[in-house]
Design a protein around this ligand. Sequence first.
Ligand code: ADP
Ligand code: ZN
Ligand code: ZN
Length: 767
Amino acid sequence: MNTPHLTMKSSITQGLTAEVIVDITNAEVDKVFHYLLPDQHNIPENLRDSISPGFRCIVPFGNRHIDGCIVGFSEPTVDPSKLKKIISFYEDYPIITPHLLELAKWMKTKYYTTLAACLRSIAPSWTGAKRNKKILYAQLIEGKENTDEYIETTKKNGTQAQVLKALAKHGGEPIPIATLAATLSISASPIRTLEKKGLVTIAERLSINKPIATITYNTDNKKESVTLTEEQLNVLHTLSNSPRGKTWLLHGVTGSGKTEVYMRLIEKAITEGKQAIMLVPEIALTPQAVDSFKRRFGTGVAVTHSRLTPLERMEQWNAARSGEISIMIGPRSAVFAPFPTLGVIIVDEEHEKTYTSETTPKYSSSTVAEKLGELTGAVVVLGSATPDIITYFRAQKGEIGLLTMEKRVNNRFPQVHVADLRTELAEGNRTIFSKVLQFEMERNVKLGHQTILFMNRRGHSTFVSCRACGYVCKCGSCSVNFTYHTQTSSMLCHYCGARERPPTDCPQCSSRHVRYFGVGTQKIEEEVTHLFPGTSVARMDMDTTSTKSGHEKIIRRFAEGKAQILVGTQMIAKGLDFPNVSLVGIIDADVALNMGDYRSAETAFQLITQVSGRAGRASLPGKVIIQTYMPHHYSIEYSKDNNYAGFYSHEIISRQTMGYPPFGHIFMVMMTCEDEKKLISVQKELAHIMRMYNRKGFFDILGPSPAIVSKVNNLYRWKILVKTMSTDVPEDLIIKFVFYCVDKLKAGQIRLDGININLTLDPKSLL
Ligand code: ADP
Ligand code: ZN
Ligand code: ZN
């Protein structure tokens, strides 16, 4: 895609005007405005010859000055004397590359939104960047790298020695003081003291290298250059010879060595002078993968994440654009890194929901990656042990390539046992753990191996209820049960965060029989501590990771063997690699299955398989115990046998029968409002309009009906589902239909103030 590079001179002589998108989200101004180019002296000298599409500028708009982006040049269609002039250009601020500009235009249509909104999600905000302060970094003074000597200096002071060790381990690279202090659990003062002693420098610094996992994890002494397995070699061979711009699904079982494949592929791209993007679901949850990239590729890697300041974000953008860095690792927005010659895009754990943006434009990073591959010629790899059903369907049809790795690197799958909780109950076991899990845990503790226990609910007890009358305590602002948390002795709403003391007397019948039921991670931690006194237990869920480096601390504690048992929610399902973990217990596999969503079976299969995949990854043989009341559910049976293909064949038939994606489209129109009556009447009106315009019967209009969680934060939630009736109805037809009807609603009699409308095509969940 070649956007002509236009120099100022030619544009002036040719009398072209600049087409500008103004930075306003409002759909009404989603059009191109024409401006004259500014006078020569208003353009920074170094930019004069290079103004091209993608440049940011300031333009007069109405009676104010606003930011804009040049998207093209054209012949004036009106008398040029009637046009206003661009006021000035941003010099340092993110310039959109031609490919990304092209991508933005495609996103605008694909995700039915405005170009300004697309540009805003692509490029970092540049208004915030101007105000931000720089960050303080600590670094060992150069030429004094002999750390033994350093440590000998500071031997008497433990924390100072720790700081020096950490800095030395980081290869003498600067580390932000805050990160250093947080990782070592110390204050900044020992770092300051070392500065005074002349061992360390502290300086304000803009760094493109923003590691979350600054200090490497001592899991084992992995050799940096491993001999590839046959499967790894085959996959690499195919990918290295891939046609330009092609997308591949890499379906590789857990522990098959996908990360190593990614790294080799990226290595090759870099030797060819190209750059790479590596998407991960969430940086904080995948510190080990990030770590191995940093170890292998050093300062050429930039890590992006949500905690970067606007200024840091902009620095990264510019570093990528200039080719100063060659690998960008990060969550979904990292796909927009403006590399000049992109060679590879990896989407690791492609099935993860976090790749879909929840705000407009609701883009999916893997879909965007695929388009970007097409535009730039980069090879796109979607990797997963449990691919999204839709991705696998596309690979089966040959729309994208399919690569498979069926063996684990250690050639050994964990042994999986399903514990039927119905039998346990019948035999009088009322504890959280089945007999077999308890036995295996005991054995593991004795052997000094590590155990992971997975429970997809946090808190202590999942509901508080009266035994006499059945009353259940609910959040007043949301339609969900309160969860009991022992640490604070309070009931917490997991939707709005409201906190209340549990009642001693039942609010309904005044009996004193208020009890706590259901199990969450906190309760499990408590039980484990009780069962195995003296064994160190770590817990990883939303409650224990709310602090800045909460995740890293827990993962490191476990990685270093300081905790023997790790209890956690789905946070522990993603790509963690601990060689000493030989047992995984899934406390209640049914939680995911009971979600009441058309994707529940898929989500449950993915979660169970991924969590099971944490066991026996190195030399120790692995064991997995799945506890369930539904031992014969196909999600459980297929994940037990590590049989993705079997699960897929089963699931795809039920999708087809129901007309769910990939065999049709679903459009969800969710509305929220404080006034439920009004909300219902608006939804009814929209459903009425939809039925009226559905003359050809292309669509099935379901609802209105309340969302499963029908109230959050005092906002009621109702939805209408529009489903295509056949596989031949194209995506843009259903989009157009819904938008047409919503426009009719907006133009009609009913006032829509106080109503929020949320439109999603093929939502990942209908809850
Ligand atoms: P996946 O991402 O497929 O679950 P990983 O890439 O995390 O698997 O690899 C699993 C483990 O095997 C890691 O500890 C990794 O370092 C190691 N590994 C990968 N490839 C090889 C190889 N060819 N030889 C030896 N060990 C390997
Ligand atoms: Zn009661
Ligand atoms: Zn609430």
